[in-house]
Design a protein around this ligand. Structure first.
Ligand SMILES: CC(C)(COP(=O)(O)OP(=O)(O)OC[C@H]1O[C@@H](n2cnc3c(N)ncnc32)[C@H](O)[C@@H]1O)[C@@H](O)C(=O)NCCC(=O)NCCS
Ligand SMILES: Nc1ncnc2c1ncn2[C@@H]1O[C@H](COP(=O)(O)OP(=O)(O)OP(=O)(O)O)[C@@H](O)[C@H]1O
Length: 197
């Protein structure tokens, strides 16, 4: 069984690719979903976030994502603080999900936006990077999250650049075309994958 790390820049299309791969029978373990579970209402994770970021960090019993986002994407120390609370919990959740899938004999896609930032290459068998040029990344991020150019740039520069991730990849999945183009690219990668497995 293989553990594939799926990564890329913010808004490069990882979730879209993960959906396509799920349709092809892969099990998806998603770090963004685990990160939400880590700070679920009433959780120890949320309690720690509130202790670190103050009363504005919680709204109606949930983590105030807009407030935390404003705080951490503009301030490296605060980002490291949040990461140090959430990432260990995320790793535990993802590890359990991965082991459950492997024990059922299924190949797993670990969808991890911060795979390179957190030096997790060694925890997977191969790394697939979803790539788009930075200009397109900025456009898609601004559109999807309704962000100003300045806020979108802050999010992009809080990660290792997409060009650097492309260089480090074992496999690159280009998503600079249409969704139809992306489907074709994903089909090609999956065909190649099955040839060698
Ligand atoms: C900062 C938060 C509240 C913003 O929430 P929001 O709903 O606006 O965004 P969402 O969670 O959908 O994340 C969108 C993307 O932002 C990027 N991102 C999120 N957190 C970080 C971070 N700490 N550093 C760099 N990029 C990040 C990722 O590419 C992610 O896919 C949220 O992302 C969060 O709790 N982040 C900390 C946990 C984390 O690192 N998650 C990423 C995967 S483990
Ligand atoms: N080929 C494409 N053409 C146009 N829009 C696209 C294409 N692929 C993805 N998108 C859109 O771009 C945005 C980003 O895609 P997606 O959410 O899959 O990225 P992501 O890498 O998972 O983002 P994040 O890092 O924030 O989790 C979404 O609004 C999605 O619908």
């Amino acid at each position: 069984m293989t553990v594939i790390g799926l990564t890329g820049g913010i808004a490069s299309g990882k979730s879209t690719v993960a959906q396509l791969l799920q349709g092809q029978g892969f099990v998806i373990v998603d770090a963004d979903i685990a990160a939400r579970q880590a700070v679920a209402p009433g959780s120890e994770g949320l309690r720690q976030v509130a202790a670190a970021f103050g009363p504005d960090a919680v709204l109606n019993g949930e983590m105030n994502r807009a407030y935390i986002g404003q705080q951490i994407f503009h301030d490296e120390d605060k980002r490291h603080k949040l990461n140090s609370i959430i990432h260990p919990i995320v790793r535990t959740i993802m590890e359990e999900e991965k082991e459950a899938a492997l024990s059922e004999g299924q190949d797993v896609i670990m969808d991890i936006p911060l795979l390179y930032e957190n030096k997790l290459e060694e925890t997977v068998d191969t790394v697939w990077v979803v790539y788009i040029p930075e200009k397109l990344q900025l456009e898609r991020l601004m559109k999807r999250n309704q962000l100003s150019e300045e806020s979108a740039r802050a999010r992009i520069t809080s990660q290792i650049s997409i060009e650097e991730k492309r260089k480090r990849a074992d496999i690159v999945i280009d998503n600079s075309g249409t969704l139809e183009d992306l489907k074709i690219n994903v089909d090609t990668v999956v065909k190649e994958y099955y040839k060698s497995h």
